[in-house]
Design a protein around this ligand. Structure first.
Ligand code: V47
Length: 378
């Protein structure tokens, strides 16, 4: 391998990784331009140092309570600007709670909620939503509302970001998902999502969440108009906040899907670009424990391959995902834990079911109901 690393002109980077010396932004840019298999080998070595062959997944459900959204993100195929739009929806609290009630027989460990920015709902809708989920399933972890939603609530209801987080936590919020980060660079945000919270506020909300004792994730939407330097900048800003707080659990690159949105003329990122982004993330983000391939975004085959390119987590069963399927994802809408375990095993890795905070769920609890097929007809 030394010969291949030398041929790829990565000896200095490999040596620094060996010595535990941090890579800098210039290294990140070089890695993006380097030989894919050598990059993958280096990323895999870092992955195996942390997790050996273990590959994490969870038993989760996605609930999107409304797609009404006042923001005009060019990449979004999910949002509808007006509540009167025939394709818009806003679930009543009972309808949202029923999605959890209907799964009483599933040993779910997480509910992941992502919504549009609805201009007319009262704040109590969100606190009641959380409190109701907790009443129905006190054991289930609530990973809800992106930092963009938190900023929107603060502005709409006249509260500070911290007050919003405290009230949501009091109602049952357990952690924040990583959505809404897109690409932190102001140039990109101005072009693709100019009317939602900026990078500094996104990061500040996660800083506050970590200070209040919550964990969170961080995403990066790639494969549209961003440059390599802007991808690396996104990773560096993430790493800097993680140095301060240690509160991020996973970095999640999200592959841009071009169907039915205002950037539909752009091609989707290639499989090799997807492998590259995940691998560079593993090498640059030395302080973030997990790199996740969201299989709905990467596709199942590429997600399996990514397990040899730095990735140690595949998200979960998901169920009822709309954001990617409305943007052209052709993956199933759900996978069972049995299917997840199988696809990890055939990729040569060891499946480990976890909860949102990466506590391992013992395998003896994974028999029976856990394996029931859900969401898609068999
Ligand atoms: O912020 C929207 C992205 C995100 C498109 O924290 C798109 O565990 C690609 O954040 N093409 C929401 N991406 C989903 C999300 C997420 C997913 C999985 C796990 C976690 C976690 C968080 O979806 C948005 C945006 O970046 N998105 N439209 C699109 N057309």
């Amino acid at each position: 391998m030394r010969t291949r690393i030398a041929a790829a002109r990565l000896t200095d980077i490999a040596d620094r990784l060996d010595a535990g010396v941090r890579l800098d932004a210039e290294d990140g840019v070089r890695l993006f331009a380097s030989d894919l298999l050598t990059l993958g080998w280096l990323a895999n070595r870092e992955r195996e140092r942390r997790h050996a062959g273990r590959t994490y997944f969870n038993h989760n459900i996605r609930i999107e309570a409304t797609n009404v959204c006042v923001a005009s993100c060019l990449f979004c195929s999910f949002a509808r600007l007006r509540p009167a739009d025939p394709e818009s929806f806003t679930l009543s609290l009972e309808q949202a709670w029923n999605k959890l009630r209907q799964r009483a027989d599933q040993p779910l460990t997480e509910v992941h909620v992502v919504n549009g920015l609805h201009p007319d709902l009262p704040f109590a809708y969100y606190t009641d939503l959380l409190a109701g989920f907790k009443r129905i399933r006190p054991d289930v972890h609530l990973k809800c509302f992106t930092a963009v939603e938190v900023a929107f609530f603060a502005d709409l209801y006249g509260m500070s970001d911290e007050q919003v987080l405290r009230e949501l936590m009091a109602a049952g919020l357990d952690s924040l998902p990583g959505g809404g980060a897109e690409v932190f660079a102001p140039r990109v945000r101005r072009k693709i999502c100019h009317d939602k919270c900026d990078a500094d506020r996104w990061l500040s909300i996660h800083r506050t969440a970590h200070t209040l004792g919550m964990r969170s994730n961080v995403t990066m939407l790639y494969g549209h108009i961003e440059t390599i330097e802007e991808r690396v900048d996104h990773m560096m800003r993430t790493r800097a906040l993680q140095d301060e707080t240690g509160g991020f659990q996973a970095f999640i690159p999200l592959a841009f899907h071009p169907d039915n949105n205002q950037m539909r003329k752009l091609p989707a990122p290639s499989a090799s670009d997807t492998l590259r982004v995940h691998a560079v993330a593993r090498l640059m983000l030395d302080n973030i424990p997990h790199v996740k391939a969201f299989w709905i975004a990467t596709g199942v085959d590429v997600a399996q391959t990514s397990l040899w390119f730095g990735v140690d987590d595949l998200d979960g069963t998901v169920q009822e995902e709309h954001i990617y399927h409305m943007a052209g994802s052709t993956t199933p809408e759900a996978l069972t834990t049995k299917e997840l375990r199988h696809l990890i095993r055939v990729a040569g890795r060891e499946p480990v079911e976890r909860d949102t905070l990466y506590n391992v769920i013992p395998t003896d609890r994974t028999d029976g109901l856990r394996e029931t097929r859900i969401g898609i007809p068999s």
